[in-house]
Design a protein around this ligand. Structure first.
Ligand code: FMN
Length: 327
């Protein structure tokens, strides 16, 4: 089963598209740690078509991030085609991914994201229009259905494959579930069995062991990791080791976590601007990087108040100092 994009490994690990998180700095960190493929956060086709600067900035990336997919959404086939053509011409990613999964009300109300799942003829028209507008492979990402009554992952997947999608990612929850309950990995297994194109599994992979379990349970062609990578890009490194039958490397020490967190922060300052806004938005990552550490609560409380990355560096040094004195 041919992947539509290059990948260092035949069984790719992908960083999920995540608004406000899977931006260029985090994508670069995850690529270094072993993510084979990354995706941009979802971008509105209407905004791309109207050349809204903020949105277009979301399509920017650096060469080290490749292979990368730019994800677009919208319920108007013409706008989607126009956006795909513009992205192809100006940004030239490896592929274009269509989001049919977003559950957010503002998006769904206009039939964007998972809103489309209530009208599969529209879904088909959108996929065909996007394919006609680009020479790049077009992939899709969706949920198992709109709600439990209409849950039909295989039916949805077959329609999308027929329309020409080159890979299919399933977040195995319905729209009405939002992020509650558990992702139903049986749905992924059924779709992987039914489709000829690669099926990428997604939902509730939190650890390297989960990656191995999902692959075994579903027979998927690759796995996309979302929230499990928050503050833990090592998940890609560890997951690859386990998938290859090697033991997982030792967990990162506090010093290693801080080193990567600061590297990530410096990338954010360079790529997103050395501004207060960048620092404030970066606080969440600092909180995630320190999750599970001793005295994490206290550490986080201080990190959530920083106004500069230098301050974070000082807090990290304070934290490490007693350990250094003992050693
Ligand atoms: C903060 C956040 C933002 C997200 N943004 C997007 C998005 O832009 N496009 C998309 O297809 N899915 C988006 N998702 C869904 C994820 O890609 C993924 O499908 C979902 O989180 C389930 O995977 P996980 O359990 O590994 O997190 C988002 C999820 C989160 C938590």
């Amino acid at each position: 089963m041919q992947l539509p994009y290059p990948s260092a490994h035949p069984f790719p690990l992908l960083l999920a598209p995540m608004a406000g998180v899977s931006e260029a700095p985090f994508r670069q960190i995850c690529r270094r740690m072993g993510a084979d493929v990354v995706l941009s956060e979802f971008l509105s086709s209407e905004a791309i078509r109207r050349r809204i600067r903020n949105t277009l900035e979301g399509a920017e990336f650096e060469g080290v991030e490749r292979p990368i997919g730019i994800q677009i959404y919208g319920a108007d086939a013409n706008a989607m085609a126009e956006a795909a053509a513009l992205i192809t011409q100006h940004y030239a990613p490896e592929f274009i991914d269509i989001n049919f999964g977003c559950p957010v009300k503002k998006v769904v109300q206009r039939n964007g994201g998972s809103g489309c799942l209530r009208d599969m003829d529209l879904v088909e028209r959108i996929i065909r229009a996007v394919i006609a507008a680009t020479h790049l492979p077009v992939t899709v990402k969706t949920r198992s259905g709109w709600n439990d009554e209409t849950r039909d992952p295989v039916g949805i997947a077959l329609r999308m494959q027929d329309a020409g999608a080159r890979a299919f990612t399933l977040h195995a929850r319905t729209r009405t579930q939002m992020f509650t309950g558990k992702a139903n990995w049986d749905d992924i297994a059924r779709v992987a069995e039914a489709l000829d194109i690669p099926v990428i599994g997604n939902g509730d992979v939190q650890t390297a062991e989960d990656l191995v379990r999902m692959r075994r349970h579903t027979g998927c062609a690759g796995i996309m990791v979302g929230r499990g990578a928050f503050g833990n890009p090592w998940l890609f490194r560890d997951g690859r080791a386990l998938l290859d039958g090697r033991p997982a490397p030792a967990s990162p020490t506090a010093a290693e976590r801080f080193r990567v967190a600061l590297e990530h922060a410096r990338l954010a300052l360079r790529l997103q601007g050395d501004t207060r806004k960048t620092v404030i938005e970066f606080r969440k990552h600092l909180g995630w990087y320190t999750k599970g550490m001793t005295r994490a609560g206290e550490l986080r409380q201080r990190l959530f108040q920083i106004e500069s990355i230098a301050e974070a560096e000082g807090i990290f040094l304070d934290y490490l100092e007693p350990a250094a004195a003992v050693a």
